[in-house]
Design a protein around this ligand. Structure first.
Ligand code: MTE
Ligand code: MO
Length: 321
């Protein structure tokens, strides 16, 4: 399996928000901002990710990235409230240092890893992925991180490890939403081992050239682009290798609606709504324009079928929803 990766010219490194936004200005005929990684680091925008490697899986999507403003203000992070605006408003109380991730279960190298060590575990890459929420909207985000497989290999899972379970922080002192009963805290998600090892599954530390804003799951989250957004657990504190399929928080909350696999699939509807199409956040936004904005067809495996389809060969995806 090869990712389509294209090294950027060394001057450009990760794609900063300014570059995306200047692209629009460039198209309008104005001069583009030329930001070298050095200048970018100097601007203070890359406190920890200045060394992000100049690799881009940009060929994975040609779609225009969603604006930084939308990516960081329209969020699902129920630990901070159920409103889309709640995480941006409340997540400032999340303390992302010190931060550790406990590596547990069926592996030869369990232990507690500090966030600073995790940041250095493998070269950072920028990956521009579509994110499709089960609710019927989507975004395109330039994430920064490295394949989850890099961490898994270091942990040396044993032959009993069939699944990986991810647990998010659940601290009511930092996360007001945890006092509510919307979900059974902590937020738990899981992947089958081969899914977790797939190079597209990204352990994510940043977006738009910056460390993750708290509302997007700082300081470390998962991004599984071919699955519905809820599979991508935020603010992870525990990674556990297990023999049995974990029970995700969303499956616990509504088993008929949210299965373990939750692969994006336009031909398997949610019991309460169609999954055939989606609204791209930011398109036609504002007043009448959004009323007439066209919905896009949802793509099988969110458009990553060529890369991940083999993982599900022979499986009944209506049964394994
Ligand atoms: N811990 C935790 N992780 C979570 C969620 C959550 O409520 N809590 N929401 C999920 C859902 S439903 C989506 S669509 C994505 C949204 O990620 P974003 O806000 O960075 O776009 O995060 C997922 N990860
Ligand atoms: Mo979602």
């Amino acid at each position: 399996m090869h990712l389509i990766q294209r090294p950027l010219d060394p001057e450009s490194a990760v794609t900063p928000r300014e570059v995306y936004e200047s692209r629009r200005r460039l198209l309008a005929g104005a001069a583009a901002l030329a930001l070298t990684p050095a200048a970018f680091a100097q601007s203070g925008k890359l406190p920890k990710l200045a060394g992000a490697k100049s690799m881009v899986a940009g060929a994975l999507t040609m779609d225009k990235p969603t604006s930084y403003a939308d990516v960081t203000s329209y969020n699902n992070f129920y630990e901070f409230g159920t409103d889309k605006a709640d995480p941006a408003e409340h997540a400032h109380t999340l303390r992302t240092r010190p931060w550790t991730v406990s590596i547990e279960g069926e592996c030869n190298k369990p232990g507690v890893m500090d966030i600073e060590a995790l940041l250095k575990l493998a070269p950072m890459e920028e990956r521009i992925y579509r994110l499709r929420c089960v609710e019927g909207w989507s975004m395109v985000v330039p994430w920064i991180g490295y394949s989850l497989a890099e961490l898994i290999r270091k942990a040396e899972p044993n032959s009993r490890a069939k699944f990986v379970e991810f647990t998010s922080l659940a601290d009511p002192r930092q996360m007001p939403g945890v006092r509510s009963g919307v979900l059974d805290w902590p937020y738990v998600e899981g992947l089958r081992m081969d899914e977790a090892m797939h190079p597209l599954a990204l352990l994510t530390f940043g977006l738009y050239g910056e460390v993750l804003p708290n509302q997007n799951g700082a300081p470390i989250r998962l991004t599984v682009p071919w699955k519905y957004g809820f599979k991508s657990a935020k603010s992870i504190v525990k990674i556990r290798f297990v023999e049995r399929q974990p029970t995700s928080s969303w499956t616990k909350a509504a088993q008929q609606e949210y299965g373990f696999y939750s692969n994006v699939n336009p031909s398997v509807d949610h019991p309460r709504w169609s999954q055939a199409s989606e609204r791209r956040i930011g398109e036609g936004s504002g007043g009448l324009a959004s009323l007439f904005a066209k919905r896009r067809p949802t793509l099988m495996f969110n458009g990553y079928e060529a890369q991940v389809g083999q993982l599900y060969a022979g499986m009944d995806l209506k049964k394994n929803y």
